[in-house]
Design a protein around this ligand. Structure first.
Ligand code: PBG
Length: 325
């Protein structure tokens, strides 16, 4: 008998009831946003080899997929469009065509599911023949010229019924400019979720496969953040919050849990984390091989919450919805 043992932390682990009573962090369906890929046409459900279980849907089948997810309790979605190569150009003009694919997708989803919350993507890469998030001239990604396109794109999305504009481009000053133009046009209730600390990461590969949106030259290091940096995230967050962001996001999530915690501790706005395509692919591949048990999925998502995320964008949303409340 170890009479000197006054503290026995195991008492709080002795059965499931006490374990649940003392659990510090919970993952709930209310925390999740499900990213979706949408393409032109009808009756299309195209698999993405690097993302097993995730598909690129035409709008008709996307609506059916959303209906299934809503029944499972998912209430928020982040659609991303795949634009055919022949409709891409150097200025990304399809991005602000009110009759283009994406505004049509937003309008139709909101007509069919008025209660779901739509987070819509603002960046040039799906529409750009250069595959960059901004306008390119002589190999340079132009900041201020890009902002003019981003605001046009955001206005078209707001008019189509977007609940929240989510700029993923990493141009300087875009949050303030978007806020101003949305307000001037009467969209004071449309929120902004800023991709605040978005890193130049190798974990985005499968997403670029899904949208066929990889950069045609170079990389994204002149606008996305250096994976080695964390203090720079404080500067990005300070600017985005001052410029009017309602929610700030860290992306990717699992390799950047320290950044999530840092922003949580320093800013009084909700923190989102994007559990990106490469993180999904990594776990899926090892589960498929039988090398890891599928419990790694919930453990990973819980760790993102524990780090401080209030909201998680994750391709696992649909499959975990059945396992959590
Ligand atoms: C581009 C964008 C990317 C992702 C979301 N928006 C990729 C990139 O920056 O090249 C990646 C998401 C993922 O990997 O799941 N604006």
């Amino acid at each position: 008998m170890q009479e000197f043992l006054q503290r026995r932390p195991r008492r709080n682990r002795k059965n499931e009831v006490i374990r649940n009573l003392t659990q510090e962090t919970w993952l709930s369906k209310n925390d999740l946003i499900f990213p979706l890929f949408v393409c032109e046409g009808e009756n299309q459900k195209i698999s993405i080899p690097s993302m097993p279980g995730i598909f690129r849907y035409s709008l008709d089948l996307l609506l059916a997929e959303i209906e299934t997810c809503v029944k499972l309790g998912i209430k928020a979605f982040a659609p991303f469009p795949q634009i055919p190569e022949n409709k891409k150009d150097t200025t990304g003009s399809q991005s602000y065509n009110p009759e283009g694919l994406y505004p049509k997708v937003i309008r139709t989803i909101k007509q069919n599911f008025p209660d779901v919350m739509l987070f819509t993507d603002v960046a040039l890469d799906p529409y750009s023949s250069d595959g960059h998030d901004g306008i390119v001239r002589n190999g340079e990604i132009l900041n201020d010229e890009t902002l003019e396109v981003l605001v046009k794109m955001a206005l078209v999305q707001a008019q189509a019924g977007s609940d929240c504009i989510a700029p993923s481009d990493m141009m300087d000053g875009r949050v303030g400019y978007l806020r101003k133009v949305l307000d001037q046009n009467g969209f004071t209730n449309v929120s902004i979720l800023a991709y605040t600390a978005k890193y130049a990461s190798a974990f985005y590969g499968p997403f670029r496969d899904a949208l066929e949106s990889a950069p045609k030259f170079g990389d994204k290091k002149t606008y996305q953040m250096n994976p080695a940096n964390v203090r720079e995230a404080l500067l990005e967050a300070e600017l985005d919050v001052a410029e009017g962001a309602d929610i700030i996001m860290v992306k990717p999530a699992l390799a950047y849990l320290d950044v999530i915690r840092l922003l949580k501790d320093n800013f009084p706005v909700p923190i989102a984390a994007y559990n990106v395509s490469g993180e999904y692919a990594m776990l899926k591949a090892s589960i498929e091989k039988g090398w890891l048990n599928e419990k790694v999925i919930l453990e990973s998502l819980l760790s993102i919450k524990r780090a401080g995320a209030d909201i998680i964008l994750t391709y696992f949303a649909k499959e975990v919805a059945e396992k959590i409340s």
